[in-house]
Design a protein around this ligand. Structure first.
Ligand SMILES: *[C@@H]1O[C@H](CO)[C@@H](O)[C@H](O)[C@H]1NC(C)=O
Ligand SMILES: *[C@@H]1O[C@H](CO)[C@@H](O)[C@H](O)[C@H]1NC(C)=O
Ligand SMILES: *[C@@H]1O[C@H](CO)[C@@H](O)[C@H](O)[C@H]1NC(C)=O
Length: 474
């Protein structure tokens, strides 16, 4: 029984680990952390400015006067600065934020009563200096596959407290100084870490906007959920995302899976996004299975200046039987993939190989289609891809094509005699249609109101690498 259970656990582990490969890798560099630090410090500064300093009051016995009642009230923060901070990576743990030489200036009122009848009051200015805050932030994946941050550690220390009293006499000042110093230290130290924790937690609603299921069009959506916890090294935070295209609503796995890949060390941009051949091949799988990779070509899609027309006269010049059997008819072609196209990334070269068929029809006067022949068409296109807004877009050009006869309804003929016609048809009718779609682009993983700036793209072996800076607006 125990043995069986162990075996089950083992099988599960193996299954989990093989399905955990990422199709898209996202890397945040030190430069991203630096940008994050600036945003974080602004937020922490606002939070700390909202600190409420409680009134302090008490009674103290002072020789020879006796009991002195005192109170400090209405303390307001008039200035707060966090001039020095650093965000560093703690491998395998998270990021560490340290703030040093912070200062807070407060203004408040003091009041005393002693010898039953003597009352005095005034105001004071208080400078809290050499404030240091050190906190560790853990980065994890939540149950929806989005990143989430939390504070795991925090320490706040107040270095110096200097008070300047207005009004009153010097013996009172000496008395106050130590009370106010102690009370204030503990009041501030108690509040700082919870406020920093709030500030860190406030990042989560933004992280929750990661488009873990990015809608593409009527056929497809992309799963950008994280496949595991982030990997934190001494130079970067790496997130593995699924990066897989799915048929909308119906998530069927393709017969291939991602090959693990790791991004090269680069640090001039904030963010590096590696998109594997697997991701794009999963798109091919979805569109092919959805029947989206089929296109009817009619004569009106051929430029009017072209001497080649989609009619039995043009085709009859190469295959005389067509002109004889179907004189004076217009024609129609159906181009459709027979299996999912395959994308190949080689350094600086992205090609797509597609196996398709072309079926040629003559259009009868009563609109019925008469099949003429079916050709196998193997095409290789080069893709030029680029980043636009938050999308990956592309443009194809035909490299080469190879045709062979699959079936003829009009007797034997030389397929090569049609090479020029079909290469023209691909160039003027098929590829522009695909390019119009590719130009609209496919969404990249994004968070909130993120904008990409200084983006560039490199095609490397088996994946493409986007290097970019980001800006958050609003
Ligand atoms: C980061 O870690 C790698 C190996 O884990 C080490 O070779 C390298 O020196 C470290 N870099 C820094 C800046 O600590
Ligand atoms: C890219 O690779 C394909 C297939 O290997 C090849 O046909 C094509 O000429 C290459 N293009 C460039 C620009 O190197
Ligand atoms: C349409 O015309 C063709 C050729 O004249 C004929 O063979 C076919 O039966 C017709 N179909 C219909 C539905 O009328």
């Amino acid at each position: 029984m125990m043995f069986l259970w162990c075996l089950l656990v083992l099988v599960n582990l193996v299954l989990v680990s093989t399905s955990n490969s990422a199709g898209v890798e996202v890397r945040l560099t030190q430069k991203a952390l630096e940008y994050g630090r600036q945003i974080g410090i602004t937020s922490i500064q606002q939070k700390l400015r909202s600190m409420k300093v409680p009134d302090i009051s008490g009674t103290e016995k002072v020789d020879p006067i006796g009991k002195v009642q005192y109170s400090f009230t209405g303390m307001q923060i008039v200035n707060l600065g966090l001039p020095k901070s650093a965000l560093g990576l703690v491998p395998d743990t998270g990021v560490m934020l340290s703030i040093g030489q912070a200062y807070i200036n407060l203004h408040g009122n003091w009041r005393v009563k002693y010898l039953r009848i003597i009352k005095d009051s005034g105001s004071f200015d208080l400078a809290v200096g050499e404030l240091a805050i050190s906190t560790t932030i853990a980065v994890m994946s939540d149950d929806t596959g989005r990143p989430t941050v939390s504070m795991t550690n925090c320490a706040a220390t107040v270095g110096s407290v200097n008070v300047k009293f207005h009004g009153g006499t010097s013996w009172l000042y000496n008395l106050f100084s130590s009370f106010i110093n102690k009370a204030l230290r503990s009041a501030l130290q108690k509040q700082i870490c919870p406020l920093v924790a709030d500030s860190i937690a406030e990042m989560n609603p933004h992280l929750k906007t990661l488009n873990v299921l990015a809608k593409v069009d009527q056929y497809a959506e992309i799963d950008y959920s994280m496949v595991g916890s982030p990997v934190i090294s001494n130079t970067s935070v790496d997130l593995g995302l699924k990066g897989e295209f799915y048929n909308i609503g119906q998530h069927k796995e393709p017969p291939f899976s991602p090959t693990p890949f790791s991004l090269p060390y680069q640090d001039t941009n904030m963010l590096y996004i590696g998109v594997s051949a697997f991701s794009l091949n999963s798109a091919g799988f979805v569109y092919h299975n959805a029947g989206a990779l089929r296109l009817y070509i009619t004569d009106d899609m051929i430029p009017s200046g072209s001497p080649i027309r989609l009619n039995t006269r043009t085709f009859g010049a190469f295959i005389p039987q067509i002109a004889k059997m179907y004189p004076g008819l217009m024609m129609k072609l159906l181009v459709e993939t027979v299996k999912e196209p395959i994308i190949i990334f080689e350094p600086n070269n992205m090609t797509i190989q597609a196996s398709s068929t072309v079926t040629a029809y003559a259009i009868q006067p009563n609109s019925t289609l008469s099949s003429l022949f079916v050709l196998n068409l193997e095409g290789s296109v080069s893709a030029n891809i680029y980043v636009t807004e938050l999308k990956l877009a592309g443009h194809l050009t035909l490299n080469k094509m190879f045709m062979s006869l699959a079936k003829s309804y009009v007797g034997p003929f030389q397929v090569t005699s049609l090479d020029n016609i079909f290469s023209m048809v691909l160039k003027v009718a098929v590829i522009p249609k695909i390019n119009a779609r590719l130009q609209e682009g496919y969404p990249l993983p994004a968070i909130g109101k993120m904008q990409l700036v200084n983006s560039q793209l490199q095609v490397l072996k088996d994946y493409l690498l986007i290097g970019t800076d980001v800006q958050f607006t609003g």
